[in-house]
Write a protein that binds this ligand. Sequence first.
Ligand SMILES: Cc1cc2nc3c(=O)[nH]c(=O)nc-3n(C[C@H](O)[C@H](O)[C@H](O)COP(=O)(O)O)c2cc1C
Length: 231
Amino acid sequence: MIAKYPPIWARWDVPVIVNLAGDTVGEFAEMAAMLDEVQGVAGVELNVSCPNVEAGGMFFGCDPGLAAEVTAAVRAATTLPVIVKLTPNVTDVAAVARAVADAGADALSLINTLLGLAIDVRRRRPVLGNVTGGLSGPAVKPVALRMVYQVAAAVDVPIIGLGGITGLDDALEFLMAGASAVQVGTATFADLGMVTRIIDDLAAWLAREGLTSVREIVGVANAGRGARGAE
Ligand SMILES: Cc1cc2nc3c(=O)[nH]c(=O)nc-3n(C[C@H](O)[C@H](O)[C@H](O)COP(=O)(O)O)c2cc1C
C-alpha cells in the first residue's frame, strides 16, 4: 500500500489524510510509524470506533483511558499531525475528547457512525449479517451537531465536523457549532460533485456576508467555545 498509493497522492494538489484502524494499540502505532515522513501523506486520522482485542473487545473510542492510550502511542510513533475520530456511541463525548486532546491529538474529527439495527419483518431476523451496523447520512446530523457543540466547549484543539452533511447549510451549521473544517461521507455516494459544490457555495456565501475567512464563523453559535470543561 505504502509503495503503491503515496506516490499518486504526492501528485495531488490537496493534502491526503490516511484513516487508520487497528486491533491493538501497537497496530495503530506501527501503522503510524510506517507512514511517518512518507511523501504524499499529510496526516493520520485514527478510527477508534473499533474493538481493542487486548481489552476484551472494548471499543477504543468508548473509554477515555483506552482512547488516550492509543492517541499517546501514535503521537510518539509519528511526526505527522494526528487526528482522532470520535465515536458517538458514548454517554459523555466531551470526556473522551478531553482525554485524547490531553494525550496529544492535534485535532479531533466527529462523528463516526451511530450503532443501528434494521429487522426484516418477513424473515423476522436482523437485516445485516452482523446484526448491528453503522448509521450515517442526514439522520445522524442533529446528533453530530450536538456533539461538535459539546466538544468545542470542552477542548482547545481544532475540530473537523461530519455526519449527514449534504450541502452548504449543513456545513455552515457544523462550522457555527465549533468545527474548523468539515468532511462529507455518505452524500458523496449519491453525488460525487457534492464536495466541490459545498466549497464553491461556501466561498460565495462568505463573500455575500462580507466575510474573508471561515474562521469568522467558527463557533459563533457556541457560547461556551473555548471555555474548557463547560458542557
Ligand atoms: C460505507 C461507509 C464506510 C465507512 N468507513 C469508515 C472508515 O473506514 N473509517 C472511519 O473512520 N469511518 C468510516 N465511516 C464513517 C464515515 O466516515 C462518517 O464518519 C460517518 O458516515 C458520518 O458522516 P456522513 O453522514 O457524512 O457519512 C464509513 C461510513 C460509511 C457509510
